[in-house]
Design a protein around this ligand. Structure first.
Ligand code: ADP
Ligand code: MG
Length: 720
């Protein structure tokens, strides 16, 4: 007996080895992204789109009006008068079985007369009609059981079975039917598949073996087997992904040189005083929320622990991530190291530097802001002070990643709004730790459902701040789709400004270019000054302004010298002005749910009642409207995230970050069953890697993971 097939084995065989795949079809398949037999077998039928042709009947038992298959013998053939080539005249065939006879008519298929000669046995599948008192099928699907080969058709039986429907591609010139034929041959020739999952796991997870699953998903014998087959293969997909992520994590820990920071959870509870962390927490003008306390306890344990922290802190807008991050940075500082806080934009870096200094109050901790704006002598001095350790905490943008930035001892790195940073950038910053790998805390306000986070950030530990500080007001959100209603928004802006508060106007997203966006913001600002907001002090903020001008605009806004700030999405993250009580988002239909939620987070940051107005229509297909309605309805970031996932599908969610090996073909994170499978996959992956970090006892698994990973990553994961 041949040894069972591995996926790698199948990946090494081009589709052209199949007899049913001609050179031309092989080329078309390749265009479509299917080069190997594995690619072919991983082209799965569409979910819930199988065609059931298993209903079998005897001729006398056929019900008029329903489709069924009958096995019958050809009794007589008439092809519309001898050698008639007229296609309009049908070929009529009388067939019979033990129970009776039936007429079968074929239009436009003159060759049927030759195929179905007297005595041929065939299966006829079609809808039964009544023609002048006789049962009749018109143009049924035919499978010859005994007799001549069917000319012009593939080898695949099309009746008395359940036919899968493949995502056929008209562009590549491939039909679902052809793909089915190729897959069938591939499956036949593949034989048994090697199952990399230990039998006991299969049993405990109630999963089918791979061979049965592959066969059943492509060629189910009954509709009942499709679900378990899909379930097994969905598990495979999720499991490979989770295993890769868990391995990545272990490799990271294995290769790490951890700094063990001198900080303890007792400093959070107040049981210990006098340390920098406890003084900082004790000096805050507010109590930490329970969620903040819990998150900080976990982080502090990481800091003191034997592995470098590698953690994602996820918390809705306004949940108070900065305080948590700062306490963690101070944990590193009190241990004699330095901390860095990296953010995606200069505006945000400036904001954070202000916020951090404010929070630190009278504590003697030197904080510096390093952006491209810091130049010449000042920059040189700052770099020297960083390298000598005089600066304890540095806040900055990507500029922190440049070569010239050196630390005396970088012990802790916080990256805010991680979605803008790549994995490599994280690694670069980490590599700046001379004495050991700095602990890493990644913060994001982008609410991602936990399961999706497991896919996207699966190599990070996850901590969630699921609580807002008390006293926060709800931001009243109104979607105003009709231009005639927009005055409601502007009236509110005027009333708030009159009450001494401030307003944001967010300009539409235009094009991809920052310059175009800046120009349109400038125009909009001029228009509003002359129109709806005449008489108010209106300022402008966009990403193309010089950093000094930008900082000045923000400062004036904070002081109230600017009452209305017309801005592009540069204000999306982090801007913290408690007096800002109203926001108007223009052409809100162009923004995604997450972005609108972020933007809205800029108001309602104090105890003052706040408003957010969304201008713009619902769009042709109404999807934009659904988004706007969702944002109007709730301010709960997690509810919005689920809604976003539902509206967009996880494809887009993962799209930007995911590479080929993590593509989800079968799994759907909006499906609760699949989400459950995902957590199971994670659990199993953890268990396997814990017992066998290099997968030495699981060579088949190791091989399969490597097959789905890039070569570099494979090497990284498996070198010890
Ligand atoms: P985000 O999670 O959006 O980054 P921030 O850290 O910017 O939130 O916090 C938002 C605001 O709430 C800040 O002004 C911060 O000082 C304040 N804040 C943080 N934690 C608390 C708390 N426990 N109680 C009251 N206010 C808090
Ligand atoms: Mg923040």
């Amino acid at each position: 007996m041949a040894s069972p097939r591995t996926l790698r084995d199948l990946s090494l065989r081009p589709v052209s080895v199949l007899k049913t795949v001609s050179d031309r079809k092989a080329a078309q398949l390749e265009l479509w992204g299917v080069a190997s037999v594995l690619d072919l077998l991983m082209t799965f039928p569409r979910k819930d789109r199988y065609i059931d042709r298993t209903v079998k009947a005897s001729v006398s038992g056929l019900d008029v009006g329903t489709a069924a298959a009958v096995l019958a013998e050809v009794q007589r053939v008439r092809s519309g008068g001898g050698h008639n080539r007229n296609r309009k005249v049908p070929v009529t065939v009388t067939v019979r079985d033990d129970t009776g006879t039936m007429e079968v008519a074929f239009f436009n298929q003159p060759w049927r007369a030759k195929q179905l000669r007297e005595g041929t046995e065939a299966i006829f599948w079609g809808k039964v009609g009544d023609y002048r008192g006789t049962r009749q099928m018109v143009n049924p699907v035919v499978d010859v059981v005994a007799g001549v080969d069917e000319p012009g058709l593939g080898r695949q039986r099309r009746t008395l079975r359940i036919l899968p429907v493949y995502p056929a591609s008209a562009k590549a010139g491939l039909t679902s039917w052809e793909i089915g034929t190729f897959v069938e041959e591939a499956l036949e020739r593949a034989g048994e598949f090697l199952d990399p999952l230990p039998g006991e796991w299969l049993a405990s997870l109630d999963l089918w073996d791979r061979t049965s699953a592959m066969r059943a998903i492509h060629g189910p014998e009954s509709l009942d087997v499709i679900r378990p087959a899909r379930r097994r293969l969905t598990f495979d997909e999720l499991f490979r992904l989770q295993l890769a992520l868990v391995l990545r994590r272990r490799a990271f820990e294995h290769n790490a040189r951890a700094l063990r920071h001198d900080v303890s959870p007792r400093e959070i509870t107040g049981a210990v005083s006098g340390t920098l962390v406890s003084r900082f927490l004790g000096g805050l003008p507010f109590e930490l929320t329970t969620a903040q306390r819990r998150a900080l306890a976990v982080i502090v344990a990481d800091l003191a622990g034997p592995f470098p922290m590698h953690r994602l802190l996820q918390g809705d807008v306004g949940s108070g991530k900065t305080v948590v991050a700062l306490a963690a940075l101070l944990g590193a500082v009190q241990s004699g190291h330095q901390g860095a806080l990296m953010v995606p934009t200069e505006v945000l870096a400036e904001q954070h530097a202000v916020a951090v200094r404010q929070l630190l109050g009278a504590l003697d901790v030197r904080v510096e802001l390093l952006t491209s704006r810091v130049k010449g002598k000042a920059r040189a001095q700052m770099l020297t002070d960083l390298a000598s350790g005089e600066v304890s905490i540095v806040v900055g943008t990507h500029a922190l990643l440049t070569r010239e930035v050196e630390f005396a001892s970088l012990g802790m790195v916080v990256i805010d709004e991680q979605h803008r940073f790549g994995v490599e950038q994280r690694a670069t910053l980490r590599a700046k730790g001379e004495e050991g790998d700095p602990d890493l805390l990644v913060m994001t306000a982008t609410p991602i459902p936990r399961t999706a986070a497991m896919v996207i950030f699966g190599d990070l530990d996850l901590t969630v701040l699921d609580e807002l500080p008390p006293g926060r007001v709800m931001v009243t959100t109104k979607w105003l789709p009709r231009p005639a209603d927009e005055h409601i928004a502007w009236d509110r802006v005027r009333r708030e400004v009159a009450a001494g508060h401030r307003a944001f106007v967010v300009c539409p997203l235009v094009g991809d270019s920052l310059r175009v966006e800046a120009r349109s913001a400038t125009e909009e600002c001029d228009r509003l000054r002359a129109g709806e907001l005449a008489g108010l002090r209106v300022g402008l903020l966009h990403g193309q302004m010089a950093p000094a001008a930008r900082e000045e605009a923000m400062a004036q806004f904070r002081r109230g010298e600017i009452e209305v700030l017309v801005a592009t999405t540069v204000i999306e993250v982090g801007v913290d002005v408690p007096e800002a009580t109203v926001m108007v988002v223009e052409s809100a239909d162009r923004f995604g749910i997450a972005q609108l939620h972020q933007l809205r987070g800029r108001v309602g940051r104090g105890a003052l009642a706040s408003w957010c107005f969304l201008l713009g229509e619902g769009g042709e297909d109404g999807v934009a409207g659904e988004r706007l309605a969702a944002v109007e309805k709730t301010t709960d970031g997690f509810v919005l995230a689920e809604e976003d996932l539902r509206l967009r599908g996880e494809g887009t969610l993962l799209g930007a970050r995911q590479q080929g090996h993590t593509d989800l073909r079968l799994a759907s994170l909006s499906d609760p069953d699949d989400r459950f499978l995902l957590t199971e996959a994670r659990r199993v992956a953890e268990a396997i890697v814990t017992g066998d970090p290099q997968l030495e006892a699981h060579p088949a698994l190791a091989d399969e993971i490597k097959l789905f990973l890039s070569e570099d990553e494979g090497e990284y994961l498996f070198k010890s």
